[in-house]
Design a protein around this ligand. Structure first.
Ligand SMILES: *Cc1c(COP(=O)(O)O)cnc(C)c1O
Length: 363
């Protein structure tokens, strides 16, 4: 029998979430961010489902190649830009725009064949301190970029928020985002070109930052982008259901211990379910005993260590469970955020970590 571990992708949920993002930012165009294989949902599948997006954002040129090969005709932005001169020709051939965040990229462009036309988005570091020109160097970078004959069209202007998941709902909240918005405005004042500031959290919580383009990732997959909230709290639908089946049910005696390192002890004689999923599939090993799963749609806790191929489940609350019954690790009825919280991470990391042996199914 094939391993029953599946990631079911709800393409209707992806479309629903794009409509939600549009509804929240009605004056903006939407760049669908599909880096990391569409946050683990499958790049081509996501692009096909989100064919209504105005542009796509990727982190790897190879992903842009895959999108073009799949027939995507919208603009594509390489979010961290090119990193060697040979990329420029490839990007030109693929009509892929580049973020320009560093002087090394300006030098490469100045030395490139002027026939190599490329669209550019100038990235300004307004306080995230990851990528981008410092505000005091941004206008000079803009002038240099404008003078390069190979730069096609108007230069667009980009900012990335560090903590837009803190909404502007109290004076103590959102200070950094307000500051980043102010620095961006001051830096780009008077420059031509479209502006883009907002990630998913800013789409949901910072309407003043919507500008010409929003760049949404997590929200499109129905994930929460705000701590303590789920995607559903914002009207989003989780697009992924991670599921498997029970392959054994064993009756274990009180005082016996379950799994590697014997971390969990049975408090009474009880049924222990074994499901075909483990960290080799992308279920987090850090998930502790007590992390919820759904067996036949009913909550049952993980017990013992997550191993490579298997997990063990306390079935006392699901006495009717039988071998072959479905087990859901996360999905619309069990938010990935809940599992992420238990495992000390975020939903994004979990969906990005699903491994190649998992079968992807579309619904
Ligand atoms: C990943 C990324 C986004 C999307 O972020 P979400 O929080 O998933 O919406 C937007 N802009 C840039 C530059 C990114 O790297």
């Amino acid at each position: 029998m094939a391993r029953p571990t599946t990631a079911v992708i709800d393409t209707g949920a992806l479309r629903h979430n794009l409509a939600q993002v549009r509804g929240r930012a009605p004056g903006s165009r939407v760049m669908a961010v599909v880096k990391a294989d569409g946050y683990g949902h499958g790049l081509e599948r996501v692009a096909r489902s989100l064919a209504g997006a105005d542009a796509f954002g990727v982190a790897a040129l190879s992903d842009a190649e895959r999108l073009r090969a799949a027939g995507v005709s919208q603009p594509i932005l390489l979010l961290s830009g090119f990193d060697e001169p040979s990329d420029i020709g490839r990007m030109r051939a693929l009509h892929v725009d580049s973020a320009i965040h560093h002087a090394s990229q300006l030098e490469m462009l100045e030395q490139a064949d002027p026939g190599e036309l490329i669209g550019c988005w100038l990235k300004i570091d307004t306080g995230m301190h990851r990528l981008g020109f410092a505000p005091e160097h941004a206008r000079e970078a803009h002038a240099r970029l404008s003078a390069i004959p190979g730069v096609v069209g108007e230069i667009r202007l980009l900012n990335h928020f560090a903590s837009s998941d803190e909404f502007d709902d109290s004076p103590s909240h959102g200070r950094q985002t307000r500051e980043q918005m102010r620095i961006f405005q001051d830096t780009v004042a008077g420059l031509p070109g479209e502006r883009s500031l907002a990630n998913s959290a800013a789409v949901l919580g910072w309407p003043d930052a919507h500008a010409d383009w929003v760049r949404a990732g997590g929200a499109l997959y129905g994930m929460s982008v705000v701590e303590g909230r789920t995607g559903a709290d914002f009207g989003l639908q989780p697009a992924m259901t991670f599921a498997t089946r029970l392959i054994a049910i064993n009756h274990i005696r009180k005082g016996e211990r379950v799994g590697y390192s014997a971390t969990w002890e049975c408090p009474e004689d009880m049924p222990i379910g074994v499901a075909a999923i483990g960290y080799g599939d992308g279920y987090p090993r850090a998930a502790p005993s007590g992390t919820p799963m759904l067996v036949n749609g009913r909550r049952a806790p993980l017990v013992g260590r997550v191993s490579m191929d298997l997990v063990t489940i306390d079935l006392r609350g699901v006495p009717e469970a039988r071998v072959g019954d479905p087990v859901t690790l996360w999905g619309p009825e069990l938010p990935v955020e809940t599992i992420a919280l238990a495992a000390g991470t975020i939903g994004y990391e979990l969906t990005c970590s699903i491994t190649r042996r998992v079968r992807f199914v579309e619904r």
